[in-house]
Design a protein around this ligand. Structure first.
Ligand code: BGC
Length: 755
């Protein structure tokens, strides 16, 4: 019990002080940190900035070998401030006890983990869930993920990913909210509120992390870890708003990014981390590096060795070194040689200690380690029910010709390599989601429709070596032996449900693709089945937008079902049967072909806008039209909605005033349905070129069959502001167009003038 005496006497005196002066909470909090800091040696300070990935074995028999030995010694000597991947209340408690009791000051560890779309109960992948446009739902699923993670001893998640991404080749699009800045900002805030709740020290909440700061979603060619080229206006207007909003929402931490931006790696980017985040935005939380990203300044070619990398990163404002070994190896020498000032380290340590204090660790290092709570909370039935709700709300109906859906047929063939796959719906970044634990589509359907006669054929295999996080997914490209059976069952059925798409590990980190059609033999299989039965409902499971030209043209009904998590099969069955009327809208454009990329709705006009098909000298491809396969915001329902013309409360707006935009939306069908009414704005003439339209608001609401509702949006100055030519933020007088509609292309318009 070396460390305890020092740290606990400190806590005791501070908490005594607290009871006497309840109203002076802030200075007291700081005193606690300052007192602690004043007792720390330089080594101990640097230790707080050092983060290791460790498993339970560190305190067990394997602890004394190789790299584990180093980590073990560092834990023992107060040279580790936080760890990632240490899971479970029991393991966590043992390791915490080791650190608290063995190290001189006994400063508790923070445990962290990638809790991206659930901990044990899996929710839809973030891109899929974003299709729900349901902020309350996303806040709730993040809150449940936090509750489960915290019960298993995790205090800090590396989520939400706030990278705006417009390139579906990039595998990590599955982790974010898609291509739009406004939607991404609102979803980011909801997820942060969900993870963190109102009180970080509550054992049902965890610290969140705004990542990857910044520009990672723009990696060239969609290839992960690749370089990024961005203009500063694009950075300020498109990429940074979700991060700024996250800081304002009180996100506990930030993570820097693997990429450079125009030659400057984000990890060592003083402008981003210091000037903007810590100074202009006055952010007082900690910035963690991405995994090894400080050490990667060497291969980037901006630092000659690990010492220089450490110097650049700490100077820029990266506070914690995740598995990079650069701070622990070099910072002491850098301070002692005068290359860096110790005050830089003090600032970073204060941020880490503040997080520990906010998490309640300085009062009780063991509060997150309770095995009884862990048993009670994980996979609680209410969590599974929420997963099913999130799943069905995330599904997007892309096509429903001839009202093939909801299902009416009594004799149905279910075909495809994903139909009985209980693993792929769990998705990538599955935390502790158990392998093969999802409800498959086949299970969901057969349970939902006991009176229907189902037959099944796999048709083709999707992958070899898939579902193994450590390996590349190899797609099966030659075995057609299952085609015959698939064609046979299709022939005998009234209707075919084809379940095709990507396996879980085909999207996510390091899973970029150069072609984004259905992988392997699936399209070939689909065409074979189509020859014998055209009544096909295509259910897609995938982690990114796909190119679906043939499918969109020929298949009568298409449902986008992403990787929906633990209850995927039930959620899809709810939609197929009509128990739930689909309401999802795409958070990312589906291009017609890879060559069209980037294809996103809020592009600029260009000097030669593509408004006149058939003309040669305008911005287009000769071999494909400019419009996407499915635009941003698109999604059908079993209901039909009719939009009235849009009306404005006035046609001129003075600075500081507001305009009300009103529209009537009528449900013209005989089924109740939810609609996401979307508001877009265009600034017609600006000091820099402006997007053709930008989402500025949306409302998701239930409209009963036959009912008409009025929807109002208020437009204020803030909605019209942007980073102008001179990089100041504000509005510019002139003409604006307003668009309201069911997606980004089918809209009603009106105009007004800003004076
Ligand atoms: C990813 C991060 C993640 C970290 C820790 C990195 O490879 O880029 O997003 O949080 O690993 O697992």
């Amino acid at each position: 019990m070396k460390g305890n005496s020092v740290i606990y006497s400190l806590f005791l005196s501070t908490s005594l002080f607290l009871t006497n002066c309840e109203k002076t909470n802030e200075p007291v909090k700081n005193n606690k940190i300052e007192n602690l800091l004043s007792q720390m040696t330089l080594d101990e300070k640097i230790g707080q900035l050092n983060q290791y990935s460790i498993g339970a074995e560190l305190t067990g028999p394997g602890a004394k070998e190789g790299i584990n030995k180093i980590k073990y010694d560092h834990l023992k000597n107060g040279k580790v401030g936080s760890v990632l991947n240490l899971l479970g209340a029991k393991n966590g408690r043992e390791t915490q006890k080791f650190v608290v009791e063995e190290s001189r000051l006994g400063i508790p560890l923070i445990t962290s983990y990638d809790v991206i779309h659930g901990y044990k109960t899996m929710f839809p992948i973030p891109l899929g869930e974003s299709a729900s446009w349901d902020l309350e739902l996303m806040e709730n699923t993040a809150a449940v993920a936090a509750k489960e993670a915290a019960a298993a001893g995790v205090m800090w998640t590396f989520a939400p990913m706030l990278d705006i991404s417009r390139d579906p080749r990039w595998g990590r699009v599955m982790e974010g909210a898609g291509e739009d800045t406004y939607l991404g900002t609102e979803i980011g805030k909801a997820r942060i509120r969900g993870f963190q709740g109102n009180d970080l020290s509550d054992v049902a909440t965890i610290a969140a992390c705004a990542k990857h700061f910044a520009g990672y979603g723009f990696s060239e060619g969609g290839r992960d870890y690749n370089n990024v080229y961005l203009g500063k206006h694009q950075l300020l207007n498109t990429i940074l708003p979700p991060f700024k909003a996250a800081a304002e929402t009180g996100v506990a931490t930030f993570m820097n990014a693997f990429n450079d931006i125009d030659g400057v790696p984000s990890t060592a980017n003083e402008y981003l981390l210091k000037d903007l985040l810590k100074e202009e935005w006055a952010y007082d939380g900690a910035v963690v590096s991405d995994w090894g990203s400080i050490a990667e300044l060497v291969p980037h070619g901006v630092a000659k060795d690990s010492a220089e990398a450490a110097q650049m990163a700490i100077t820029a404002g990266s506070d914690i070194d995740m598995e990079g070994y650069t701070y622990i190896r070099n910072l002491k020498q850098l301070v002692e040689s005068g290359a860096i000032n110790e005050s830089l380290i003090d600032d970073a340590v204060r941020r880490v200690l503040k997080l520990k204090e906010d998490l309640g660790l300085l009062d009780d290092p063991y509060k997150y380690f309770d095995e009884d709570r862990e048993k009670e909370v994980l996979l609680n039935p209410t969590h599974l029910a929420l997963s099913r709700e999130a799943g069905r709300k995330s599904i997007v109906l892309l096509k429903n010709e001839g009202d093939l859906l909801p299902l009416k047929a009594k004799n149905i063939a279910v075909i495809g390599p994903l139909a009985k796959d209980k693993d792929s719906p769990i998705g990538n970044w599955r935390a502790q989601g158990e392998k093969g634990s999802a409800i498959s589509l086949y299970e969901g359907l057969t349970e939902a429709l006991p009176d229907v006669n189902f037959s099944y054929a796999q048709g083709c295999k999707l992958s070899i070596g898939a579902n193994d996080f450590a390996h590349e997914v190899e797609i099966e490209n030659s075995d057609r032996s299952g085609f015959k059976e698939a064609v046979e069952v299709a022939k005998k059925s009234e209707l075919v449900i084809m379940n095709l798409g990507e396996p879980a590990y085909m999207s996510g980190e390091a899973r970029s693709r150069s072609e984004i059609g259905l992988p392997g033999l699936q399209l070939e299989l689909l065409k074979e089945v189509y020859k014998v039965n055209k009544n096909i409902v295509l259910v897609l499971m995938n982690g990114r937008p796909l190119t679906l030209q043939w499918e969109a043209e020929n298949i009568p009904a298409i449902l986008e079902a992403w990787h929906l998590g633990s209850m995927a099969g039930h959620a899809i069955a709810d939609v197929l049967t009509g128990k739930y009327n689909p309401s999802g809208k795409l958070p990312m454009t589906f291009p017609r072909s890879v060559g069209q990329i980037p294809t996103y709705y809020n592009h600029k006009m260009t000097g030669r806008p593509s408004t006149e098909p058939g003309m040669v000298f305008y911005s287009h491809n000769m071999d494909i039209e400019n419009s996407p396969q499915y635009p941003f915001g698109f999604g059908l329902s079993y209901s039909t909605f009719e939009y009235s013309p849009v009306s404005l409360s006035k046609n001129e707006m003075n600075m500081g005033e507001e305009i009300t935009v009103s529209i009537h939306v009528k449900n013209t069908s005989n089924v109740d349905g939810e609609e996401v009414v979307q508001l877009y704005i265009r600034d017609v003439v600006g000091s820099i070129t402006r997007p053709v339209k930008e989402l500025k608001g949306f409302k998701k609401l239930m409209i009963k069959a036959g009912e008409s509702v009025q929807i109002d949006f208020e437009i204020g100055e803030e909605d019209l502001a942007f980073y102008r030519k001179d990089f100041t933020f504000g509005t510019e007088p002139g003409d604006f167009e307003v668009f309201v509609g069911t997606n980004s292309t089918d809209v009603q318009t009106a105009t007004f003038k800003l004076n």
